[in-house]
Design a protein around this ligand. Structure first.
Ligand code: AMP
Length: 399
């Protein structure tokens, strides 16, 4: 089957056309600045050059139309017509407590996603626009939605409740949800496969370290804790997000700087993390490592603080699962940044990880970092959220 995987943001649309039989990516691309001046598309067929062009995209429906044009284009396309697309899989950020797994789209599902929109006001409405646009352009083509939060719906109450008056959970569903679920699920499954074991027999800590970052505790196949919360702001220090901090800082800073709460939260989301800590040097870990190597003390401190926080979460999740068998690193930083992995390594050696510094130099591939016989197997497992969405879509269609 040919599955079109769509990841829609408020002004962007990422896509991949995946052949689910071979799991090959046939073509992929990105539409940017949708609804804004200067909208453009970058499209690439497997084995071909990336072609980037300016194209008028006043809305997401126009973007979906253009994606179909590219996919069916005689030169850069990979299919003869729209009818070759068997199904569409959409990434949706927030499924609240209503969705503990992926589902096929129908009117009820759309209403359910709408109902979760106040929990993810930047993301869910954009995801819905993507679904509606595809429905308009591809009527009758089955569609599935895969939620970032779904995998973490197995967390126990003790892990997801905040220490707030219980009525706020009852009235507003304020609780920890967690994100990157598709990645934590994919990587923990794959880690077990690589080791030739059943995920149900393992306690796995997945460190999804990208620009956004989260850690999860996957005990015997189920997520039992994860570092992101009601929103993706909680937990690790990230590229531009603060992660955990004393909530009293919000009113303190608001008063000092003459801001309102929303403005302070905006700073916590966009100007903090390693970007903020490094005095604005960069949110990109490649730049930070380089800056630190060139003697930038703030960049060095930012990396230290980042690694320390990851190390603390690994310790916490080892306690949450009463032990750990596997630690898996994934996403941009986790897969590629040997320097950052080495810094984190300083805080997990006591577990018996025995990381081989030579193996740790490898980038972007599946690799076991620990020496043979290590008590806790540390490994790199590249994530592939698009493939996971395509697999889920096929699974739902075949049910
Ligand atoms: P993501 O959000 O998963 O795309 O991750 C983005 C982060 O991964 C950025 O901070 C990049 O610096 C980092 N990253 C991506 N590729 C590399 C690489 N080859 N070496 C080091 N860091 C990388």
């Amino acid at each position: 089957m040919k599955i079109l995987v769509i990841n829609c943001g408020s002004s962007s649309l990422k896509y991949q056309l995946i052949d689910s039989d071979t799991e090959a990516v046939l073509a992929k691309g990105l539409c940017e600045r949708i609804g804004i001046d200067g909208s453009n598309i970058a499209h690439q067929r497997a084995g071909g050059e990336k072609v980037k062009e300016m194209a008028d995209m006043p809305d997401h429906t126009a973007a979906v139309k253009l994606v179909i044009e590219k996919l069916t284009d005689p030169e850069v396309g990979v299919i003869g017509s729209l009818s070759e697309i068997d199904a569409v899989g959409h990434r949706v950020v927030h499924g609240g407590e209503s969705f503990s797994g992926s589902v096929l789209v129908d009117d009820e599902v759309i209403k359910g996603i709408e109902a979760c929109s106040d929990l993810a006001p930047l993301h869910n409405p954009a995801n819905l626009i993507g679904i509606r646009s595809c429905q308009e352009i591809m009527p009758g083509v089955p569609m599935a939605v895969v939620f970032d939060t779904a995998f973490h719906q197995t967390m126990p109450e003790k892990a997801y409740l905040y220490g707030l008056p219980y009525e706020y959970y009852q009235k507003y569903k304020i609780r920890r949800y967690g994100f990157h679920g598709t990645s934590h699920d994919f990587v923990s499954k794959r880690a077990a496969e690589i080791l030739g074991k059943d995920r149900k027999d393992l306690r796995i800590i997945v460190c999804h370290l990208g620009n956004g970052a989260s850690v999860s505790a996957v005990a015997y196949g189920k997520s039992v804790d994860t570092s992101m919360g009601l929103t993706p702001l909680e937990g690790l220090i990230m590229g531009t997000r603060s992660g955990d901090m004393d909530p009293a800082i919000v009113s303190f800073l608001a008063q000092k700087e003459g801001l309102d709460a929303a403005q302070v939260i905006d700073i916590c989301n966009k100007k903090s993390g390693v970007l903020g800590l490094s005095g604005g040097a960069s949110s990109d870990f490649r730049d930070l490592v380089e800056a630190a190597q060139n003697g930038n003390e703030l960049a060095k401190n930012a990396l230290e603080a980042y690694a320390y926080r990851v190390g603390k979460y690994i310790g916490a999740y080892t306690a949450a699962m009463n032990g750990v068998d596997v630690i898996a690193f994934t996403a941009g930083v986790g897969e590629n940044n040997a320097e950052v992995r080495a810094l984190i390594g300083q805080y997990i050696g006591y577990l018996g990880t025995n990381i081989d510094p030579e193996k740790n130099k490898l980038r972007g591939e599946e690799v076991i970092l620990s020496d043979e016989g290590a008590k806790v197997v540390t490994m790199v497992v590249p994530t592939n959220e698009e493939l996971a969405i395509a697999r889920e879509t096929v699974r739902l269609l075949n049910r």
